[in-house]
Design a protein around this ligand. Structure first.
Ligand SMILES: [Zn+2]
Length: 365
């Protein structure tokens, strides 16, 4: 790609960054829960969306000076193309959407100050967010395990997709031309790698219940309420306990970011939801073809999408955003928005275009 030619400045590297920057800094832009990624992507072009918005993220958090700019652009372009465009939900747009939410946790939620994060921590958290579903093929872990797929075999049925996403990320970083972290000291790289592995693996829904129980236990034991005593989430006994206590909150927050789409304005929520079900129904079709049990939510003939959303919001989104709002009170509006969306789904009438998801059969393999 032209933009990857020898240039050292990230701003000249992406010639239209200035235009994007104004758009991103507008009201309801990148610093807002109302950020409309679909519209922004239409304006700047799909192939530039993840790289440009990632650059914006790195600039916002003053991370550019710590990395090799030229290699960063190469890395981001490879990440963008490694995400599969034939996958309707778990693609590059979802990656950068989750990263934008991670940014909101850092700035609006005050996670940076709360966890006393240094630049390596922030770099790891945001890069993990951008890459957390890298190379997702549109199927759940259960599907891979049931099919005894190559991915399941490679990862012994343990967090199959998440393990794959981490490995894909570090495979790109292992290429000299894309290793934007290559100027870091080995110990700093190790620190980032540990953080990223933990954060991406924590996006496995199978860990939801146990992580949530640990989070609630932490909040109760430290007497955290509406931001009071929130600093006690850190255990400063020694360097190791500090790292571990920061890591747990970072992992829980990235998991929350991953299931945060229902905290957005309803028009955005509806778009994401139907894209996700397009993927689920495709899996259900394949499960039927291979005489496997059809996974929950994956049967296009028996699933009503609006009917299922309030259960997801109360059972997953709010279970995370409610306790996290105790630690970061400024995140309460996210939980409130999800509650409002719950009511909107209850009254929702699907449009003709949306109904196509129940009959459309996009891919077979
Ligand atoms: Zn995800």
């Amino acid at each position: 790609m032209l933009v990857l030619q020898k240039t050292t400045s990230i701003r000249t590297l992406y010639s239209d960054y200035e235009r994007v920057e104004a758009l991103l800094n507008a009201e309801d832009g990148f610093n807002s829960r109302n950020f409309d990624l679909f519209t922004v992507s239409d304006l700047i072009g799909r192939e530039k969306t993840l790289p440009l918005l990632s650059v914006h993220l790195f600039l916002q958090h003053n991370l550019i000076k710590h990395v090799n700019e030229h290699k960063l652009s190469r890395f981001l372009t490879e990440v963008s193309t490694t995400y599969r465009r034939d996958v309707s939900y778990h693609n590059d747009l979802h990656g950068i959407d989750v990263a934008q939410m991670a940014h909101l946790f850092l700035v609006q939620g005050g996670l940076t100050q709360l966890l006393e994060l240094n630049h390596l921590d922030t770099l790891a958290f945001l890069t993990a967010a951008i890459c957390h579903d890298l190379g997702h093929d549109g199927y759940t872990n259960a599907y891979h395990v049931n099919r005894v797929s190559q991915r399941a075999i490679a990862h012994n049925d343990v967090s199959v997709q998440e393990s794959y996403h981490v490995a894909e990320t570090f495979k790109i970083l292992s290429k000299s031309e894309a290793n934007f972290l290559d100027e870091l000291k080995p110990q700093a790289f190790k620190h980032i790698r540990q953080r990223m592995i933990g954060c991406i693996l924590a996006t496995d829904m199978a860990k939801h219940a146990s992580d949530l129980a640990s989070l609630k236990q932490l909040i109760d034991s430290k007497g955290i309420s509406e931001g009071e005593n929130a600093h006690l989430v850190l255990n400063k006994e020694n360097d190791q306990s500090l790292f571990k206590s920061q890591q747990f909150i970072l992992e829980t927050c990235l998991h929350a970011c991953d299931v945060s789409q229902q905290t957005r304005p309803f028009s955005t929520v509806a778009k994401w939801t139907y894209l996700l079900f397009e993927e689920f129904f495709n899996q259900g079709d394949l499960e039927k073809t291979h005489s496997l049990p059809v996974s929950f939510l994956c049967d296009r003939e028996t699933t009503s999408i609006p009917t299922m959303q309030p259960g997801f919001i109360t059972g997953v989104t709010l279970t995370l955003f409610a306790p996290l709002s105790q630690i970061m009170p400024s995140m309460t509006e996210f939980a409130d928005s999800a509650k409002e969306n719950c009511e909107k789904w209850q009254a929702y009438q699907e449009g003709e275009r949306e109904k196509l998801v129940y009959v459309k059969c996009k891919q077979q393999n």
